[in-house]
Design a protein around this ligand. Structure first.
Ligand SMILES: [Zn+2]
Length: 328
């Protein structure tokens, strides 16, 4: 796998080298172009010498995602210069702002659905995907999506925005939910160059309260229906593992007061100070005891309970919780 990636990067570097040489021949004397060409040559030399991708200070591998984004990188995150570090921090802040811009409104009332979510990245950016796609016309179905990209930080954030783009494009194409997730899996699989994957749960909800759920390797959705709790677990593997995944769906009817809770493992696998796992049982109890309250009250109760359980222990992962309540 590493060899495949290095061959890919080598191809990219050779291509850049050719472009730089053409630019140098065409433009007037430009020292920065010559410096870039020297850097490209130096990276190609490191590939030959077998030291490509290793930090020149500590000799540990440079973070994979950074190397893919910039094959000229020569230092790991810990050994950047002050200027490089500042530039990286500014990039991260911008990425965080852009990512927040991709999120839906935090509270939404649509065609008899009361929707609320809480999105908490571990750092500046998150690998969780959270989306609500509703049309102007309330007679159209509304889609809820919650996903979790493997890994954390910048690489996961980049894949999250990719998942957002894929889902947003496919959702308007009139596909059935199963076909939509199968297509998303294929596109996601073909467009990621490393072994990263994403879990995803998608709900299509109609104006009469009917729902269809497709769960690709994600935590079980919790449906509280007529006083009983139903778990809607995965029917397929996470996206990106295999291009030809099959994703059957499950259907249910939600009546007034019924609730669906979606969450990422940042919630269910959160740990307390003595390493106990939060789990899903407490979430189930919270759903049952939040009967008759709005979606925002349930999300608030989950966050409060989780914070109380952790009692100051730091979160280990990005965290997202979404509650969808039938109100009409
Ligand atoms: Zn280093």
């Amino acid at each position: 796998m590493a060899d495949v990636q290095e061959a890919f990067l080598q191809g990219q570097l050779l291509e850049r080298r050719q472009k730089l040489e053409m630019a140098l021949a065409t433009y007037r004397r430009n020292d920065s172009l010559q410096e870039l060409l020297d850097e490209v040559d130096s990276a190609l030399e490191r590939m030959k010498a077998g030291t490509f991708g290793l930090c020149e200070t500590c000799h540990d591998p440079i973070e994979k995602a950074r190397l893919i984004a910039d094959p000229l990188a020569r230092y790991c995150l810990d050994h950047l210069t002050a200027r490089q570090r500042r530039a990286l921090e500014q990039d991260l802040e911008l990425a965080s702002k852009l990512q927040r811009g991709l999120l839906p409104r935090e509270h939404l009332a649509y065609a008899g659905w009361d929707i609320c979510y809480h999105y908490r990245p571990l750092g500046l950016v998150s690998g969780d995907y959270c989306d609500v796609v509703a049309h102007q016309n309330e007679s159209e179905d509304v889609y809820f999506a919650l996903g979790d990209v493997s890994g954390k930080g910048v690489a996961a954030c980049m894949l999250m925005s990719q998942l957002h783009a894929i889902f947003r494009t496919l959702v308007t194409s009139g596909l059935t939910l199963q076909a939509l997730v199968e297509r998303a899996s294929r596109v996601f699989c073909q467009s990621t160059i490393s072994s990263l994957f994403a879990t995803l749960v998608v709900v299509r909800a109609g104006q009469a309260g009917e729902i269809e759920v497709c769960n690709a390797g994600h935590c079980p959705a919790l449906l509280f229906q007529g006083g009983k709790l139903v778990e809607l677990g995965a029917t397929g593997v996470p996206l990106g593992l295999f291009c030809e995944g099959v994703y059957p769906t499950e259907k249910a009817e939600m009546a007034c007061g019924d609730t669906l809770l979606l969450y990422t493992d940042g919630a269910s696998e959160a740990r307390s100070a003595n390493e106990a796992e939060y789990g899903v049982e407490r979430l189930k109890q919270l759903i049952a005891s939040s009967r008759g309250q709005p979606a925002s009250a349930l999300v608030g109760a989950c966050i409060n309970d989780l914070d109380e359980f952790r009692a100051g222990a730091p979160l280990q992962d990005d965290l997202t919780i979404m509650a969808i309540r039938r109100v009409a």
